[in-house]
Write a protein that binds this ligand. Structure first.
Ligand SMILES: Nc1ncnc2c1ncn2[C@@H]1O[C@H](COP(=O)(O)OP(=O)(O)OP(=O)(O)O)[C@@H](O)[C@H]1O
Ligand SMILES: [Mg+2]
Length: 291
């Protein structure tokens, strides 16, 4: 099918212009013209009494929270508290776990993505995900970024090249790989692979980026680059980052959610949560008394 058909045009958003909101724009600042629409001015992602079970074991207990458009929200808490489970809910990645079952609602731009009629492929285009371990495909750098675009039906080489370059630039990787796009992605460093995975997500024009400990497998220099990148991207995307590293949460996020044993203990302004938490148990966690 030629790429210029109206159907493909509808499915493929135009190559975007740079974000109008400055990198240090506060969360909720106006997005660039033509940014992906969100349901209400104040809320992009929302959990309403969301519970998740693996078999008979309950991993998340009636979580309710609202995440505004743009900006970075951190999810912190000890191992096993349910951070990844909550993150995966927003693009239905828990579907891949046969024993997983949910109750309650998870809304993306006002639509409950848990409903059976949800177009999961389209949901995952809108809500991209980056994992702890970089997971490039064993293909060239170019083909890694072009992958999602090809899946959406884009075949025109010139258009693909424009979009691959744009995505690599946005992921702060272009200058390092521009002269070796046809080389294997597996030959990149871990930090470069992670930025490639971010470029791969950005290529299909998501609204949301879910990042599950995106820097925990990387050295300090590569970690710093990922953190810089997250700060650059926050004016344009709604970013949710799971991290074990509380300094990292404090550096990159404007809101933080603290989970403990499947419950949302506290959620609010990052600075406030780290300097004067409302709950004693939050204070105990952030001061390292447990976890
Ligand atoms: N595929 C699965 N099958 C069964 N139980 C699971 C599965 N994945 C997670 N769990 C359980 O659900 C709970 C929450 O796990 P989850 O991975 O969401 O925690 P987490 O906060 O991301 O932990 P970590 O910081 O170690 O990554 C844990 O008790 C875990 O053992
Ligand atoms: Mg996890």
């Amino acid at each position: 099918m030629p790429v210029d058909t109206p159907e493909i045009r509808t499915a493929m958003p135009p190559v975007p212009s740079p974000p109008a909101a400055p990198p240090d724009a506060p969360p909720g600042a106006p997005a660039r013209p033509g940014a992906a629409p969100v349901a209400a001015a104040g809320t992009h992602l929302q959990a309403r009494e969301f519970s998740l079970f693996y078999g008979s074991r309950q991993a998340l207990k009636k979580i309710s929270l609202e995440i505004p458009p743009q900006g970075v929200t951190a999810i912190i808490g000890p191992s096993g508290c349910g951070k990844s489970s909550l993150l995966r809910g927003f693009n239905r990645m828990n579907d891949l776990i046969p024993t997983a079952r949910s109750e309650g609602e998870l809304l993306v731009a006002g639509m409950d993505v848990c409903l059976p009629g949800t177009d999961v492929v389209e949901l995952r285009r809108r809500v991209g995900m980056v994992f702890q371990r970089p997971n490039p495909f064993p293909k060239s750098i170019f083909e890694n970024v072009a992958f999602g675009l090809r899946m959406l039906g884009l075949k025109d080489r010139a258009e693909l090249e424009i979009r691959v370059e744009d995505s690599l630039r946005r992921a702060a990787l272009w200058d390092e790989v521009r002269d070796r796009l046809d080389r294997s992605a597996m030959a990149l460093s871990g930090g470069q692979q992670q930025r490639l995975c971010i470029a791969r997500s950005l290529a299909v024009e998501p609204e949301v980026l879910l990042m599950d400990e995106p820097a925990s497998a990387l050295d300090p220099t590569a970690t710093a680059r990922i953190e810089e990148l997250v700060l650059e991207l926050r004016g344009r995307y709604t970013i949710v980052v799971v991290t074990h590293n509380m300094q990292q949460a404090a550096r990159i996020s404007s809101r933080t959610a603290f989970l403990l044993q499947g419950e949302l203990v506290e959620y609010g302004d990052t600075r406030q949560l780290f300097t004067s938490p409302r709950e004693k148990i939050t204070e105990d966690y952030i001061t390292g008394r447990f976890g």
